[in-house]
Design a protein around this ligand. Structure first.
Ligand code: F3S
Length: 411
C-alpha cells in the first residue's frame, strides 16, 4: 500500500503500540484486498460490543489496546450489548455476566466509545452524511448506512473496526470505491408491502438469492418509511450477506435505474409477488395456532414511531405473554416523556434497551422465566432465534404479534 508520511510514522510506532498495532491490522487487510491507499473515516460503529460475541480473549485485547491512554481518532458508538445496562438484575442477568459486560463497555468507553449499545445508531444522532467514509459493524446498520444514507463502509469485524477507530482510517477497497457500489441484481417488486414484516419477508427472499451481491429494487413506493427500510436491510443481511442495496427513486444512489447499475446490465432479474413473499413467511414461521410465551419486537432496535404504534394497539389492554420491545436508551427516554412507556408498562410490555435476543446473554432471563416459544415481526430475529434458543419462532406482522401477546397464541 502507498502510505502517507504520517501513516508510515503510525506504522513505525511513533504514536505508540496501539496505533502501531492498528496500522498493522489495517495494512494487512489492505494488502489482502488489494487496496492502494488508506482513506480517513468520519466514524465507527463498533461490532463486538457484546460479551456474547467478544469472549474473554477479545475483551482482554480491547483492554490492552486501550492501555496507556489510547483514544479513538474517530467518533465511535457501541453496538448492542449483552444486557440492559440500566436494569440487568430485574431481567435476570447474573452478577458474573454483568461484571463481564461492564469490563468490555468500560474498556471501549475509556478510549472514547459512546456506550449507547444499539444497532440503530442512526436513530440516535450517529448519522453520517452522504458519501462519507465510515467503518461500521453490525450487518443491519451497515446495510442502512450504505444504502439509505449513502455513506460508505465495508462489513467491518471487531478487530478491524477497533483498529479503524484508533487509527482513524481504513484501507480503500470494497464499498468505499465507486465501482463496487453499482447494482448487480434487479428485483421487480410486484405486490404491496404494508407492514414492516412484508419488507422483512421481501429482504429475506431476496437475500437468499443475491447472497453478498447488490440488489436494485423497483416497485417500492417513494413513501416507504425509515422503519420499513431498516427491516428490509436487516433481512437482506440475514438470509444473505447484503451490505448495500438500492431502491430506484428512493435511495440516494438510485435516482434512476440506469444510475443504480452505473450503466451496466443486471446479472439476473427477479420478480417478487405474493407467492414469493408467502414462501418467505412460511420459511420463517412454519406453524400457526401455537402458544407463545414471548413476543419480541424491535430487531433492529425500535424507533419511537414503532413504539407509539404498539402503544396504540395495547392501550387499556393486558398482554398474556412476556413482551419485550427492544430500543436504544434515548428512544426509551423519549417514550417516557411522551407517555408511551407508561401505556406499554400498564399493558405488560417492557422496553428493553442495550441488548437483544441474539447478541444478549438471554439464556439467563429466558430460563428464569420459562420462555418456550417466541413471536416477532423481525425477519432477522426469526432467522436467528430458533437456532440460538432452540425454541419455535413465529413470524408475522406487528398486529399479529400484538394479538399473539394479548391472546397467548400466534394465529
Ligand atoms: Fe439489532 Fe440484535 Fe436485531 S443487534 S438487528 S436487535 S439481532
Amino acid at each position: 500500500m502507498n502510505l502517507t508520511f504520517e501513516e508510515q510514522k503510525m506504522l513505525d510506532g511513533a504514536y505508540g503500540k496501539s496505533v502501531q498495532k492498528s496500522m498493522e491490522i489495517l495494512t494487512s487487510l489492505g494488502d489482502i484486498y488489494g487496496a492502494e491507499r488508506m482513506i480517513p473515516i468520519k466514524s465507527v460503529h463498533m461490532p463486538g460490543s457484546s460479551i456474547v460475541v467478544a469472549g474473554e480473549a477479545a475483551t482482554s485485547f480491547v483492554e490492552q489496546m486501550g492501555e496507556n491512554g489510547t483514544e479513538f481518532a474517530a467518533y465511535t458508538t457501541l453496538n448492542t450489548g449483552a444486557m440492559d445496562m440500566d436494569c440487568p438484575r430485574e431481567l435476570g442477568f447474573s452478577e458474573e455476566t454483568i461484571a463481564r459486560q461492564k469490563r468490555l463497555t468500560g474498556a471501549y468507553g475509556r478510549m472514547g466509545g459512546v456506550p449507547c449499545h444499539t444497532c440503530t445508531p442512526y436513530l440516535i444522532g450517529h448519522c453520517p452524511k452522504f458519501g462519507e467514509h465510515v467503518a461500521w459493524g453490525e450487518s443491519s446498520a451497515i446495510a442502512f448506512v450504505n444504502s439509505v444514507i449513502g455513506a460508505r463502509t465495508n462489513r467491518e469485524g471487531g478487530p478491524a473496526a477497533l483498529a479503524a477507530a484508533i487509527a482513524g482510517r481504513v484501507p480503500a477497497y470494497g464499498y468505499h470505491l465507486d465501482e463496487n457500489r453499482r447494482g448487480q441484481f434487479l428485483i421487480h417488486v410486484e405486490t404491496a408491502l404494508s407492514d414492516i414484516a412484508g419488507y422483512g419477508a421481501l429482504g429475506y427472499w431476496v437475500g437468499t438469492r443475491v447472497e453478498s451481491g447488490v440488489p436494485v429494487f423497483t416497485g417500492i413506493p417513494a413513501d416507504v418509511t425509515t422503519d420499513q427500510l431498516k427491516a428490509l436491510g436487516a433481512a437482506l443481511a440475514s438470509s444473505g450477506a447484503v451490505a448495500l442495496f438500492h431502491i430506484v427513486g428512493v435511495t440516494p444512489e438510485a435516482p434512476t435505474l440506469e444510475a443504480a447499475f452505473g450503466g451496466a446490465s443486471p446479472k439476473e432479474v427477479w420478480h417478487v409477488g405474493r407467492a414469493e413473499l408467502q414462501t418467505a413467511f412460511q420459511t420463517l414461521s412454519k406453524q400457526q395456532g401455537q402458544p407463545v410465551s414471548l413476543v419480541a419486537l424491535g430487531c433492529p432496535h425500535s424507533s419511537l414511531s414503532e413504539i407509539m404504534q404498539v402503544a396504540s394497539m395495547v392501550e387499556g389492554k393486558r398482554v398474556k405473554t412476556a413482551f419485550w420491545m427492544l430500543c436504544a436508551q434515548p428512544v426509551k427516554y423519549l417514550a417516557e416523556r411522551s407517555g408511551h412507556k407508561k401505556i406499554l408498562e400498564d399493558a405488560g410490555v417492557t422496553l428493553v434497551c442495550d441488548t437483544c435476543p441474539v447478541l444478549g446473554a438471554m439464556a439467563e432471563p429466558m430460563e428464569k422465566t420459562g420462555m418456550t416459544a417466541m413471536a416477532t415481526n423481525s425477519a432477522k430475529l426469526a432467522h436467528y432465534a430458533p437456532g440460538q434458543w432452540k425454541i419455535p419462532t413465529y413470524y408475522g406482522t406487528t398486529e399479529q404479534c400484538v394479538n399473539a401477546a394479548l391472546k397467548g397464541v400466534f394465529a
